[in-house]
Design a protein around this ligand. Structure first.
Ligand SMILES: Nc1ncnc2c1ncn2[C@@H]1O[C@H](COP(=O)(O)OP(=O)(O)O)[C@@H](O)[C@H]1O
Ligand SMILES: [Mg+2]
Length: 248
């Protein structure tokens, strides 16, 4: 039987122009930083933006944004609070502070439930902070969210890049559009990620240097935008958003 909530999901997301899933083969590569900085960058220009934290393995964008004292409101669904100019929703509002990670069918249920109840309204961009890897949860999201596009994050390490390769293969098999790859926490040395990305048939969108100031900016959106992550993302976003929206 088809879950009746799945038919509601398309309706809920119908007034969003672009849905961008920030994804990686691994954890710890900077997905949450990139997703948050991308959402903030777009919101600081003339765009209406939502940020959706669906990383059930460790939701963390609420910490990066410093989203305290806000709660979603119930009103024929859930209305995301506005945090630092973004419409914001996270799995933490659903699972609370429970230290046990969601598992198996609970993950699917939580994702379906959140997608079905959240009222985003009209948005230019919805940025999703995805769980790492290509497990069942990612496959669920691909199935449930039509029009999802992937922005892949890696570090300069070949270990991270190897996991990206597998992810890209799977996404290609599923005919999922991939915007391109961002190389985060780059040190000085050239290491071939750029060339390897092109070899995979993907667009290399640029590198973001490792910047020690990123840690101090946790909880402060405006400060995050002044770090290498913010500056790099601005350049990168210009490459894939439409000309009309390019007032960054
Ligand atoms: N460009 C960067 N420079 C310095 N530290 C970074 C940078 N990008 C991410 N970090 C740090 O790396 C760690 C992992 O980032 P995070 O966004 O949580 O990764 P993920 O969501 O992929 O698990 C965090 O401590 C974050 O502050
Ligand atoms: Mg994360």
């Amino acid at each position: 039987m088809v879950d009746p909530r799945t038919s509601v999901i398309n309706e809920r997301l119908s007034r969003i122009t672009r849905i961008i899933a920030v994804s990686s083969g691994k954890g710890g590569v900077g997905k949450s930083m990139v997703a948050t900085a991308l959402a903030l960058t777009l919101a600081r220009s003339s765009c209406s933006v939502g940020l959706f934290d669906l990383d059930f393995t460790g939701p963390s964008t609420h910490i990066i944004l410093g989203a305290r004292k806000v709660q979603p409101k119930e009103e024929r669904g859930i209305i995301p609070p506005t945090v630092d100019g973004l419409k914001y929703m996270s799995l933490v509002y659903y699972v609370g502070d429970n230290p046990a990670p969601l598992r198996g069918v609970d993950v699917s249920n939580a994702l379906i439930e959140l997608l079905a109840v959240t009222q985003w309204g009209t948005l230019d961009f919805l940025v999703i902070d995805m769980p790492p890897g290509i497990g069942d949860a990612v496959l669920d999201l691909v199935r449930l969210i039509k029009r999802i596009e992937f922005l892949i994050v890696t570090t300069p390490s070949m270990l991270a890049f190897e996991t990206v390769k597998k992810q890209v293969e799977l996404l290609s098999e599923l005919n999922m559009p991939i915007i391109g790859l961002v190389e985060n926490m780059k040190m000085d040395k050239e290491n071939g990620v750029d060339a390897a990305t092109k070899k995979l048939g993907l667009r290399y969108l640029g590198a973001i240097p490792f910047d020690p100031k990123v840690e101090e900016a946790i909880g402060k959106g405006t400060k995050l935008l002044s770090t290498a992550v913010g500056v790099g993302l601005k350049e990168i976003a210009r490459k894939f958003i439409s000309k009309q929206k390019r007032e960054l």
